[in-house]
Design a protein around this ligand. Structure first.
Ligand SMILES: C[S@@+](CC[C@H](N)C(=O)[O-])C[C@H]1O[C@@H](n2cnc3c(N)ncnc32)[C@H](O)[C@@H]1O
Length: 306
């Protein structure tokens, strides 16, 4: 437990997918004047230095946000596309938000979900942030304190799975709940399902967004299928988006050394997604797959129902 630190992964392809979806969803929900509550069950540290020690060790942002910001799309593995390709609106918007944290250009500072949400929220909205890791929770509290946002933002050093439903339904009966665990323990998959089932029972009209890794393990494979069943049984609409940047195959080279691919793909599953999300992702996901491709297995998918 707790070996996971998001700083190693900040700005990677999974964050790109998650945060493109988060921003597109928030933009829609914030178009209405009525107050919105955002609940982030697994918040992380909030803000990351991509030139800092943690990010530098794994360099995962190089496969994500930094690759997207590169001037020429790396097309070595991608299908040929007519150049120059205009950025899909959801990607352009994501880069605009990241750019707001980097007025001098580039992406030295990468905003995690708490800072993305805070950046977009209005005075009447609320943000509830859960983070259980002692160090990340302290860092998150310190980062949030600098905003002097007062009662608008609550940082809770509590288990997001069991405690976050206490904010549902919020007084305004409008909420986006992001559930983004690290899945470092196998039980996280079952806990996500239990959490979403309980949350939807308490507050059926909320918008729920779950991130999950696409890796060769049965629990990961089953999670979107089970979420789809849960949504369908509850009579709720759903949307499932995936982004793959490379093969998941473990390769052994001529010298007998085994190379594990790292995270090859991830998905976002939403219950009660905004109706505007699907067309935005239909334009954005194939472009993300092309721009972030590391081999010929790069692809994306989008499916919806309800
Ligand atoms: C993938 S990261 C979150 C990234 C963040 N949502 C973002 O998009 O910037 C998952 C975080 O959950 C924290 N965590 C793990 N178990 C938790 C739990 N039961 N409740 C709350 N936080 C937890 C980890 O310490 C880690 O910081």
């Amino acid at each position: 437990m707790f070996s996971y630190r998001h700083a190693f992964h900040a700005g990677n392809h999974a964050d790109v997918l998650k945060h493109v979806v988060l921003i597109a969803t928030l933009d829609h929900l914030l178009a209405k004047e009525a107050p919105l509550t955002v609940v982030d069950t697994h918040a992380g540290a909030g803000l990351y230095r991509l030139d800092g020690d943690y990010a530098g060790t794994s360099g995962e942002a190089a496969e994500g946000i930094l690759k997207l910001l590169a001037p020429a799309p790396p097309v070595a593995f991608a299908k040929k596309v007519a150049e120059p390709e205009a950025l899909a609106p959801a990607i352009a918007r994501y880069l605009e938000v990241v750019g707001d944290f980097n007025p001098q250009g580039g992406a030295r500072i990468y905003p995690g979900s708490p800072f993305i949400a805070q950046h977009l929220l209005r005075d009447q909205d609320k943000l509830k942030l859960f983070e259980l890791h002692p160090t990340d929770s302290r860092t998150l509290s310190a980062n949030i304190a600098q905003l002097e946002a007062g009662r608008q933002i609550a940082v809770l050093h509590e288990d997001g799975f069991s405690a976050a439903t206490k904010f549902l339904p919020p007084p305004s009966r409008r909420a986006l709940v992001l559930c983004d665990p690290s899945y470092e323990v196998k039980s996280d998959y079952a806990r996500v399902l239990d959490f979403v089932a309980e949350a939807v029972k308490r507050f059926a009209t909320g918008t729920y967004a779950v991130w999950y890794p696409i890796i060769p393990r049965p629990e990961a494979h089953d999670l979107p299928r089970r979420l789809k069943t849960l949504a369908t049984k509850a009579g709720k609409s759903w949307l499932h988006a995936t982004l793959t940047i490379k093969s998941s195959k473990i390769v052994t080279d001529a010298g007998g050394t085994t190379h594990r691919p790292g995270l090859p793909a991830s998905g976002m599953f939403l219950i009660n997604p905004p109706f505007t999300l699907k067309p935005l992702l239909q334009a954005a996901l194939p472009q993300l797959a092309r721009r972030l491709a590391q081999d010929r297995n790069a692809t994306s998918s989008i499916d919806s129902g309800g």
